[in-house]
Design a protein around this ligand. Structure first.
Ligand code: G4P
Ligand code: NA
Ligand code: NA
Length: 191
C-alpha cells in the first residue's frame, strides 16, 4: 500500500536494527483517515472469504481491525491481555510469548463470542515472530471456527513470523513488507 509506505518512510523511526516506531499514525497517535483506507484495503483483499468476524489483540490492533470490520460490516473482537472480572467462567485463552518483550502473556476471549459457523479474519498492526497471530489462530480453532486469513499492517519480513504463518497454511496479506531496518534505513520488499 503506497500511501502507508510513504508514511513509514516519512514518519517512521528505526530503533536499533529490529524495531520501527510509528507512533504518529499507528501505535500512539492514530490517523483515522489512514486507518479507514487500511480497513478498505483489507476488506478488498479478503472480500471473497465470507468473513463473519474480525479479531485482533488489544491495544494497537484495534484501530486497523475496527476499520476493517466497518468496511466489511462485521463485528470486531479484541482479545484481552488481562482477564476481565466480567468474563464468563468458560473463557478461551492461550499463552503468547513476546520475543520483543521476553515475557509470556495470556490472552482471553469470552466463550460464545465465536461459534463453529464463524469465518474469522485476523488483523494486527505488526508481524514480527508471529506469536500473536498464531495465538489467535489457536483461540479461533478452539472455538471450532475457521481462520480465513491474516491481514497485517506492517510485516517485518526479516523476522520469522511470515514464514511460520505461511508454513501453517494461513493466507497472509501484509500492506507493507519490510526487508530490513539495517543502518537506520527502512528497506521495503517491492512487489
Ligand atoms: P509477534 O506477535 O509477531 O511474535 O511479535 P512480538 O511478540 O515480538 O511483539 C510484541 C509487541 O511488540 C506487540 O505489541 C507488537 O505489535 C510489537 N512490535 C513488534 N515489533 C514491533 C516494531 O517493530 N514496532 C512497533 N511499533 N511495535 C512492534 P503489543 O505488546 O501487543 O502491544 P500493543 O501496542 O498492541 O498494546
Ligand atoms: Na503493538
Ligand atoms: Na499488535
Amino acid at each position: 500500500m503506497k500511501e502507508l509506505k510513504k508514511r513509514i518512510r516519512e514518519e517512521g523511526k528505526v530503533i536499533g536494527s529490529e524495531i520501527l516506531k510509528v507512533d504518529h499514525f499507528l501505535n500512539h497517535q492514530i490517523d483515522p483517515v489512514l486507518m479507514f483506507k487500511i480497513g478498505e484495503k483489507f476488506a478488498d483483499i479478503f472480500e471473497n472469504k465470507e468473513v463473519s468476524k474480525v479479531i485482533t489483540i488489544e491495544s494497537s490492533g484495534i484501530a486497523p481491525a475496527l476499520m476493517t470490520g466497518l468496511a466489511l460490516k462485521v463485528p470486531v473482537i479484541f482479545a484481552r491481555k488481562k482477564k476481565p472480572v466480567t468474563l464468563d467462567e468458560g473463557s478461551l485463552s492461550t499463552e503468547i510469548f513476546s520475543f520483543t518483550k521476553q515475557v509470556s502473556n495470556t490472552v482471553y476471549i469470552e466463550k460464545g463470542m465465536l461459534t463453529a459457523d464463524d469465518h474469522v479474519l485476523i488483523i494486527d498492526d505488526f508481524l514480527a515472530n508471529g506469536e500473536a497471530s498464531l495465538g489467535l489462530t489457536k483461540i479461533i480453532e478452539m472455538a471450532g471456527a475457521v481462520v480465513v486469513g491474516i491481514g497485517i499492517v506492517i510485516e517485518k519480513s526479516f523476522q520469522d513470523g511470515r514464514k511460520r504463518l505461511d508454513h501453517a497454511g494461513y493466507p497472509v496479506f501484509s500492506l507493507a513488507r519490510i526487508a530490513s531496518l539495517e543502518n537506520g534505513q527502512v528497506t521495503f520488499i517491492e512487489r
